[in-house]
Design a protein around this ligand. Structure first.
Ligand code: FAD
Length: 606
């Protein structure tokens, strides 16, 4: 047997937690291979991660995932909640002790649950023969790879050096842009405490948010609860503004003016890569040059699955459109976006709320949304097969639509929004927002709004919060510079389908992302490059098997639809299973697309 190795895990959020879960599921194998796992966490509490920690999140911020939808951990969220006493539940904003596995609860409740699951997994792994070394309050400042010795050095922010044979980067969210509080500009709402006024003081003015994402609703909910009261009458929520806050108002800016789709009942709450297709079919669509075309995927894989879903949803009229071979993926995006487009987005939300309540109360799934989610999940794990042209289409047209549909705004959040709207405290402003060059120079944040009719208007806010969500981390922002300086990480890239003069049709903005390597044109799709087993790729595409990067914000170029706890779980599972196969010498070349798809097919719950 080879000598046992030490492993470093950087970050202890949900992705790291699921990594530990999958190690614990294969302890029989890993105990002979791993001596110790050292877990670095810059926060004090392990496994709460960014969205579920009291350091970043407020008691009014809801999760959008129910117990039924959370991938397997030692205990279910619902059962864990049922074991908590009244005071502990009230501390995380839960008054009703009749816990429902299909309901969503506060993100703080989820954070405490994840922390508790970490304790159980760490105990299991430790007592199963792999030592767990917990390094909380320890921020990793750099990583250096000693190529000659194949050892990875991890350096913390006090300069202490640790050495490992394998390191897994699971650093999750990264908000790299700085705030400018003197101009009232916040590059993200996190930690949310920074935008909440001190007790008995009020934001007695209009606040702007960029984006109408779930993060924007956290802002809305946290601020609204500090500027008035919600009361319920005959099931209808009303907002009464505090008398000291008569000018409190929120303007949400969103390019299309869309509010997100609402939470809905699902037939299969867990995503599955090959639920609506199989490996053979997907690989049969790959052309001679090695590309999977987005349109072919839509025609051959998505259409049959969507048609079956629309039949179940009694939306057969949409199948007539799908039956037309000329009806492509962009037509589909337009058609379904149109169904969600309203003259007044709040009136639209009101109508959709009634349908969503009925769907959840009668456990009547909305099949097409669930099917679309599965299909895009499948595509996500094959995205290295797409050409540049399709990556662009995906990023610009499909993803905004998809994130809006799959956002699944919890119904209690929708009710808060509608109550605020009725009280005249919130409005949606459609149109593209640009920050002015000197947007945060004065005492207010200045933005330029391009309205739907093309007219430009400058607006100013005393408080403006960018809620556009997690952007991918580019190589220039990659936190571990030792790897960048040694060319051990590189920009994620894809090839052009039309190799001849690919610059020709591109706008200036994207033309900068085209480069040539060994005579071939490539396009930077954003983020850093990994292989399908999450090993980092050095210069010339050489995988470094001692370092895996499962931080979704680094890999969003290559894995563009990796959001939420289910994706955290799948990512970790793929990485751990590929590693296990490697140890067992079960499959060679796990980093390659074709081999990894075998693993998608043969691994339960992927
Ligand atoms: C506001 C918000 C709400 C969300 N709500 C939901 C939801 O309700 N349901 C859902 O399914 N998904 C939700 N998500 C998606 C979310 O991305 C995932 O659920 C999950 O939190 C991602 O986990 P992670 O471990 O990858 O990242 P993170 O949660 O960011 O965890 C990374 C961890 O690494 C630590 N770390 C980072 N850098 C270092 C370093 N250099 N040294 C040491 N430690 C480090 C961090 O402190 C953190 O604990 C939400 C996302 C956001 C932003």
């Amino acid at each position: 047997m080879n000598e046992k190795i030490k492993v470093g895990l950087i970050g202890s959020g949900a992705t790291a937690l699921f990594f530990l879960k999958h190690i614990s599921d294969r302890l029989g194998l890993f105990r002979d291979h791993i001596l110790e796992i050292a877990i670095f966490e810059k926060q004090d509490k392990m496994a709460m991660g960014m969205p579920y920690s009291p350091r970043t999140t407020d008691i009014h911020n809801l999760s959008n995932i129910s117990s039924n939808e959370i991938p397997e951990l030692p205990e279910t969220f619902g059962n864990w909640l049922r074991r908590q006493d009244k005071r502990s539940l009230q501390a995380v904003n839960i008054d009703d002790r009749d816990i429902d596995d299909s309901k969503v609860y506060s993100r703080l409740a989820l954070g405490h649950y994840l922390h508790a699951q970490y304790g159980k997994l760490a105990f299991k792994i430790n007592s199963g023969g792999v030592a767990i070394c917990e390094l909380n309050n320890t921020m990793v400042a750099d990583i250096v790879y000693d190529t000659d010795r194949s050892m990875v050095r991890v350096i913390d922010d006090s300069g202490q050096v640790y050495e490992f044979s394998k390191v897994i980067i699971a650093t999750g969210h990264a908000w790299n842009e700085g705030d400018n509080p003197s101009a009232g500009y916040y590059a993200s709402p996190w930690p949310i405490q920074k935008i909440i006024p001190p007790e008995d003081t009020y934001h007695n003015f209009t606040i702007g948010t960029l984006g109408a994402s779930l993060s924007a609703f956290d802002v809305v909910s946290s601020l609204a609860h500090r500027h008035g009261k919600f009361t319920e009458n005959n099931g209808e929520l009303k907002f009464i503004r505090a008398k000291e806050a008569k000018d409190f108002r929120i303007q949400m800016h969103s390019a299309e003016g869309w509010l997100p789709h609402l939470q809905y009942a699902q037939e299969n709450p867990m995503r599955e890569i090959y639920r609506h297709t199989d490996r053979e079919t997907v690989l049969s669509l790959v052309d001679d040059e090695g590309y999977l075309s987005l349109e072919t995927f839509f025609q051959d894989v998505c259409k049959p699955a969507l048609k079956s879903a629309f039949r179940k949803d009694k939306k057969e009229y949409l199948n007539e459109l799908l039956d037309n071979p000329g009806f492509g993926i962009l037509d589909f995006v337009d058609e379904m976006s149109g169904e969600h487009e309203y003259v007044n987005s709040f009136d639209g939300m009101k109508q959709e709320l009634l349908m969503a309540e009925a769907s959840l109360a009668n456990n009547r799934p909305v099949h097409w949304k669930e099917t679309l989610d599965d299909l895009m999940y499948c595509l996500n794990f094959h995205a290295e097969l797409l050409a540049v042209e399709d990556h662009m289409l995906l990023q610009r047209k499909v993803m905004p639509f998809l994130l809006n549909v799959i956002a699944a705004l919890p119904l209690p959040s929708a009710k808060i929004l509608l109550a605020l709207h009725q009280a005249g405290c919130i409005e949606m402003i459609p149109g593209k927002v640009q920050m002015t060059d000197d947007y945060a120079k004065g005492a207010k944040t200045k933005i330029i709004l391009e309205k739907e009719d093309g007219v430009m208007e400058q607006l100013e806010y005393r408080l403006f919060i960018n809620c556009a969500g997690q952007d991918l981390v580019e190589l220039e922002e990659f936190p571990f510079r030792g790897l960048v300086d040694a060319n051990l990480v590189r920009k994620a890239r894809v090839r052009f389908r039309t190799a001849k003069n690919p610059h020709k049709d591109l706008e200036n903005k994207v033309r900068d992302k085209v480069f040539e390597e060994r005579g071939k044109p490539y396009y930077e799709i954003g983020g850093i490059d990994i292989d399908p087993a999450y090993q980092i790729l050095a210069e010339h595409g050489k995988p470094i098997d001692a370092i895996c990067d499962i931080a979704f914000s680094h890999a969003l170029g290559v894995r563009p639809y990796s959001y939420g706890l289910q994706a955290c779980n799948a990512t970790s599972k793929i990485m751990v299973t590929a590693w296990a196969k490697d140890i067992q010498k079960d499959m060679s070349g796990m980093g390659r697309s074709r081999e990894i798809t075998q693993l998608y097919e043969s691994t339960d719950d992927l």
